[in-house]
Design a protein around this ligand. Structure first.
Ligand code: PLP
Length: 369
């Protein structure tokens, strides 16, 4: 596997503390451009969602170079870190009333569903001499944020009466809590609500925010209603996947983020524990496959560093057996390169792994430019 050796050589040339993760900024820029171009073919602009990597400004800059129209994050702390990047910022998680002042300061726009919060944003914006953009969220069955479609027209009336906030659009979020997929029915309801609001109040809405990475399939098929002109992408840009059906997006990389951990023990052991069996370190009764005596490596990384479940070894033949807070145990019996204590194994990372490793102060982050 030359990619493993290459990345290890790259790592060795820097001063790296393990565990480390690498972030390939050129690949991220490329992925962003691929998604932005796909959107552009269907009249949609893409918001690049930065929360998975904690709003790191150097990483976000790669998505700005790739053509994202907004940077979007759930957390104000992250949007604050992005201040120096000159591009509109969208707060994804419904704002907290207690944070209204910082919302209008660090976000140009926010997704909203509560009039009490929008009133707080209105006061905060007036106090700061700003106008804050509001996207009103409609729930279409996933049952996370959003008001019922039947309440949208009257709620819009109340927002229009407030100073300091400007109603920029209507949005929805799917496939997060309820696993509900975007489809012709719920997308038609969204379009209907938008038309109803515009007719009732004689306004035209600038943004119709149709969803997240689960909308890629409909986008590719040209099946999204024309009115939808914004999508908010985390996963699609970061990993080149859409999660509605788990398909790969053409022309994207899946290995922007990789994890590297060092072997601290390499021994032959049985594959099934012996002795009286109680619970593992996390209170679960572990289950084992008997593969006989096997060569196993312990790596100096564990659940305090990263959520281990989705790690994919780059070397063929390696099996991830499990881990505890500080250890990851892998079966390397069938690994076809020579290993030794002190060698480094590399893994491809998916969403929860990146999210947890970026949040952990124990994992060194190395940006490859
Ligand atoms: C996190 C988030 C997104 C991005 O989701 P992906 O599945 O990573 O594309 C979009 N919209 C909202 C409201 C979010 O909270």
């Amino acid at each position: 596997m030359s990619t493993v050796l290459d990345s290890n050589l790259n790592l060795a040339r820097r001063v790296v503390n393990f565990p480390a993760m690498t972030i390939d900024l050129a690949k991220l820029e490329h992925n962003t451009r691929a998604v932005v171009d796909l959107c552009a073919r269907h009249g949609v602009r893409a918001a690049a969602v930065t929360k998975c990597y904690c709003g790191d400004p150097e990483i976000a800059a790669a998505s700005v170079r790739g053509g994202a129209a907004w940077l979007a994050d759930s957390r104000l702390e992250n949007l604050k870190r992005l201040t120096a990047l000159d591009i509109p910022k969208l707060l994804l998680r419904l704002p907290m009333v207690s944070q209204a002042r910082n919302v209008v300061r660090y976000a140009d726009l926010s997704l909203n569903s509560e009039l009490a919060t929008i009133r707080a944003l209105s006061s905060a914006a007036l106090e700061a001499g700003l106008v804050h953009g509001v996207i009103l969220m409609v729930d279409l069955g996933d049952l996370r944020e959003g008001i019922s479609p039947s309440k949208v027209v009257s709620t819009v009336g109340e927002i229009l009466a407030l100073e300091g906030v400007a109603l920029k659009g209507i949005g929805t979020n799917l496939t997060c809590f309820g696993g509900v997929l975007p489809g012709p029915e719920n997308m038609a309801i969204l379009e209907g609500v938008v038309n109803e609001v515009e007719a009732a109040w004689g306004i035209s809405l600038e943004i119709v925010s149709g969803g997240n990475s689960s909308s890629v399939c409909m986008l590719e098929r040209g099946a999204l209603p024309e009115r939808i002109n914004q999508l908010r992408f985390g996963e699609a840009i970061l990993f080149g996947t859409e999660f509605a059906y788990g398909e790969r997006i053409e022309g994207t990389y899946s290995d922007v983020f990789q994890l590297h951990a060092e072997i601290i023990e390499l021994q032959e052991k049985r594959s099934v524990p012996y002795g009286e069996i109680g619970l593992d370190a996390f209170g679960r009764k572990p289950v084992f496959v008997d593969r006989g005596i096997r060569r196993r490596a312990i790596l100096g990384i564990g659940k305090q560093d990263v959520i281990l479940d989705t790690l994919k070894p780059l070397d063929p033949g390696i099996i991830v057996l499990g881990g505890s807070s500080d250890h990851l145990i892998v079966d390397v019996q069938d690994c076809n390169r020579p290993l030794e204590v002190g060698a480094v194994l590399s893994f491809n990372m998916h969403y929860t792994a990146v999210l947890s490793a970026m949040t952990s102060e124990y994992v060194m982050k190395v940006k490859l430019k």
